[in-house]
Design a protein around this ligand. Structure first.
Ligand code: GLC
Length: 436
């Protein structure tokens, strides 16, 4: 369902393994087993996920139940593009660390094809994959082999300020034009600085936001499942892009939204400076954590709006992260133990109940006690999901053609019409050369 390949985007640094290790105050030998104690330390490369301490919570619970395994965190950047660049450079260079790493759901084809991830199908029984919600194991596979264990699923949501809408007697927007109008009113009343913040930087996250706007307007990247010819340059895409640009030119979104990734959009919302936010499921727990947010208790979550009320809700892009094993790891058995635990009931319940993630473990996802405390999980069944076209080895180039050109139109450096034309030409070139 969601597959890709290669790290194209990226200027890779060959010195990265040493840099990453020293950044954590760790020397390369520390990853090795300590025969005297019988304790093995494995390294886990993972970004902050929710920005509120989820990694250390999981590590300490895991270590408690597995006294012979220590997990050393290597803190990864928040950007999926940078993560992919770092890992591709390290693992293709033969580094044996990190032992395990969090990787985007759009990576299995690249990592599987380029041998950057261990084929888990050869190390875990088939029955292991039955724990996942339908479709997720398929999404982590490439050519029939499983390269990742689904860790959490992501979907795009609308976060809104309940208190501001109530003050101005405004409804939660169901259409994009309603969101625009609500924003203008709240800004004119000087109740808030910005209306809407989202992910507009030139990177993978903009492709996600674009998939939502474009699909809802009736547009597509490809006309058929064989991904042979792009149809992104359409009237529907133009409608979507014109609206996105209007958000910026009107001041509903700050002009700096064209440099925002998830953390920047989140920070503006957490600081109380935007009425609406587009972000993934973790934004619920983040915006309700007093350590990082000034809007605790004032936040509501809903499906994304649509261009036409009759088709509410709009589309949400499918994201998420898997855990992969470095094929050069010296500690495969401990890595697999960690993966089993991270996708098991305890870890998945923590992710879902404390950090508002959508669990991949189906039993946890369906558990009424979990659903009661995770409002995002209750909405996800109502949203319309759209995947990125990541099943082809050319996906990184396809995505790059989308986000660079859409970003240029958002900044005003080229017109929406020219941006779509260029995007289509570049996607067609990527697909026809099947270049990695
Ligand atoms: C989230 C999603 C991931 C997506 C990324 C884009 O991390 O889970 O799938 O690629 O955002 O920034």
């Amino acid at each position: 369902m969601r597959k890709t390949k290669t790290a194209l985007l990226i200027a890779a640094s060959t010195t990265m393994p040493a840099l990453l290790l020293s950044a954590c105050g760790q020397t390369p030998t520390q990853g090795a087993a300590s025969p005297s104690s019988g304790v093995v330390t494995i390294t886990w490369y993972a970004g902050p996920i929710t920005g509120t301490g989820v990694r250390s919570t999981l590590i300490s619970k895991f270590e408690k139940s597995h006294p012979n395994i220590r997990v050393k965190l290597i803190s990864a950047p928040t950007s999926t593009n940078t993560d992919r660049a770092n890992l591709t450079a390290e693992i293709s260079g033969g580094a044996s660390t990190p032992d395990v790493f969090n990787g985007d759901v759009i990576w299995p084809a690249q990592f599987g094809h380029a041998h950057l991830a261990l084929d888990l199908s050869h190390h875990l029984p088939k029955s292991f994959f039955n724990r996942f919600a339908p479709g997720l194991a398929a999404g982590a596979s490439y050519k029939g082999q499983e390269y990742g264990a689904p860790l959490f699923m992501d979907a795009g949501f609308l976060y809104y300020r309940k208190d501001l809408l109530a003050k101005a007697h405004l409804p939660v927007p169901k259409t994009w034009s309603q969101l625009y109008q609500d924003s203008r009113i709240l800004q004119q009343k000087k109740l808030v600085r910005y209306g809407y913040v989202w992910e507009g930087n030139s990177y993978e996250g903009l492709t996600c936001d674009w998939m939502e706007f474009m699909t809802d307007a009736g547009g597509k990247i490809f006309s058929n499942a064989s991904l042979t010819h792009s149809v992104i340059d359409s009237a529907a895409s133009l409608k979507a892009l014109t609206f996105m640009r209007k958000l910026i030119t009107s001041g509903v979104s700050p002009s700096s939204v064209t440099t925002f990734e998830e953390p920047q959009a989140m920070a503006v919302f957490d600081a109380g400076n935007s009425a609406f936010l587009r972000n993934w499921d973790y934004a619920w727990s983040n915006s309700n954590d007093p350590k990082v947010s000034k809007v605790v208790g004032k936040v509501g979550v809903a499906p994304l709006p649509t261009f036409s009320q009759s088709q509410y809700p709009g589309y949400s892009n499918i994201g998420g992260w898997d855990i992969y094993v470095n094929p050069h790891s010296q500690h495969i058995s401990q890595d697999l133990t960690f993966i089993r635990w991270m996708t098991g009931t305890q870890a998945q319940t923590i992710l879902a109940t404390k950090y508002s993630e959508i669990p991949t473990n189906y039993a946890v996802q369906k558990n009424p006690a979990v659903r009661r405390v995770n409002p995002v999980l209750n909405i996800v069944s109502k949203v319309r999901l759209v995947p990125r076209p990541s099943g082809t080895p050319s996906y990184p180039k396809i995505s790059q053609a989308i986000y660079t050109n859409i970003n240029s139109a958002l900044t005003g450096s080229i017109s929406p019409t020219a941006a779509l034309k260029k995007a289509q030409t570049q996607i067609d070139r990527a697909v026809s050369s099947n270049s990695l």
